[in-house]
Design a protein around this ligand. Structure first.
Ligand code: ADP
Ligand code: MG
Length: 341
């Protein structure tokens, strides 16, 4: 539905967007992720026909938008970054004004505004001055303005920026709702934002596309997608664990006479039953078995490294299951606290 081919945009010496190519299919909710200055806003402006690329082409349904600008603007609704609104206008007035800008007739305007107000849940503030609204409601008004002319594509530039956590959840929910019948492209520099809302992510850094895929794909593509921390007392522990299928790195350290082994496994293979069975067959005492997944935050950090703070271990812990359920009645002595550490 949307195709971006070799798009480039420069501001003086700054290359804001550099040879960007990607596609967005009908019905997708695509997250545009990148640190500040990555080129998200510039790309969105080119997608909405607000800014012309220096090179390359943006097409909707195969038609270059530069040659079909009026049609492109009809098809796309745009919530710009920082959502500029007129504070002294009443919400109803503002929506009427936006409708006028789109050249809507009175009847188109009536039905467009009615359904936009309904979809974005702003009935209660319809006659209030914009300046009096909470940030969450301001965003809703911005979204109503973006959808009232009935666009199929919605471009939302950092729609949750500056909102408190509750408002963020509300707006995310609204984006999911709006995305049921539209193609949505939203930008953010906050990772957690996209897991709940987006079917696919495009990660931008310094004007370039550095990765794309679903959250699941981005996570499982990593060589260190999953790691196990196993603490065992017994003979030949490291060698035994290192030979389990799918393990590509086994590092170990001694802790209180036991061996703590870190096993890295690509593609998220589930090894806990095998680890447990091995411990049982070798008569090892299993003190701890813990699984961690690489976080999306970490993936993002690695892909956009030069612009981000570069501390942090390879994996943020996300404990998900204990070995207790695998053990059964014959399991070696493992206490619940140790298992779920
Ligand atoms: N109108 C402009 N004039 C000059 N530089 C700009 C302009 N718009 C964006 N830039 C620069 O282009 C780069 C990308 O900016 P932007 O697209 O706003 O990134 P993002 O939205 O990802 O934060 C930045 O270095 C920014 O300073
Ligand atoms: Mg921006």
């Amino acid at each position: 539905m949307i195709s971006v081919e070799g798009v480039r945009k420069r501001f003086g010496p700054i290359v804001a967007v550099d040879d960007l190519t990607f596609e967005v299919h009908r019905g997708e909710v695509v997250g545009f992720l990148g640190p500040n200055g990555a080129g998200k806003t510039t790309t969105m402006r080119m997608l909405t026909g607000t800014l012309q690329p220096d090179e390359g082409t943006v097409r909707f349904e195969g038609k270059p938008i530069s040659e079909h600008l009026t049609e492109a603007k009809r098809r796309v609704g745009y919530l710009p970054e920082a959502n500029p609104l007129y504070d002294d206008m009443i919400v109803s007035e503002y929506l009427g004004y936006v409708g006028d800008l789109h050249g809507m007739s009175a009847s188109e305007m009536r039905s467009g505004i009615a359904s936009a107000v309904d979809e974005t849940g702003i009935e209660s503030v319809f006659y209030r001055p914009i300046g009096e609204l909470s940030k969450g409601y301001r965003q809703r008004v911005g979204m109503a303005a973006a959808i009232l002319h009935g666009p199929e594509i919605l471009v939302l530039d950092e729609p949750t920026e500056g909102l408190d956590p509750n408002q963020r959840v509300d707006i995310r929910r609204l984006v999911v709702e709006l995305g049921r019948e539209r193609t949505v492209l939203l930008s953010t520099h906050v990772m957690q934002e996209v897991e709940a809302t987006c079917s696919r992510l495009l990660i931008l850094n310094k004007g370039r596309l550095v990765a794309e895929g679903s959250v699941h794909e981005l996570l499982s593509r990593r060589a260190d997608a999953v790691r196990y921390i196993v603490e065992v007392e017994g003979d030949d522990v490291a060698a035994g664990l290192g030979q389990l299928p799918g393990v590509h790195t086994a590092r170990s350290e001694e802790v209180d006479g036991r061996l703590r082994v870190f096993l890295e496994v690509a593609h998220g293979e589930e090894l806990r039953p095998e680890i447990f069975a091995l411990a049982k067959s070798r008569d090892w005492t299993l003190w701890e078995l813990h699984r961690e997944r690489v976080s999306l935050e970490q993936v993002f950090r690695d892909l956009t490294r030069e612009q981000m703070d570069e501390d942090a271990s390879a994996i943020d812990p996300l404990p998900d299951v204990s070995v207790g359920s695998v053990g059964g009645p014959d399991a070696p002595a493992i206490t619940p606290e140790e298992v779920v550490s």
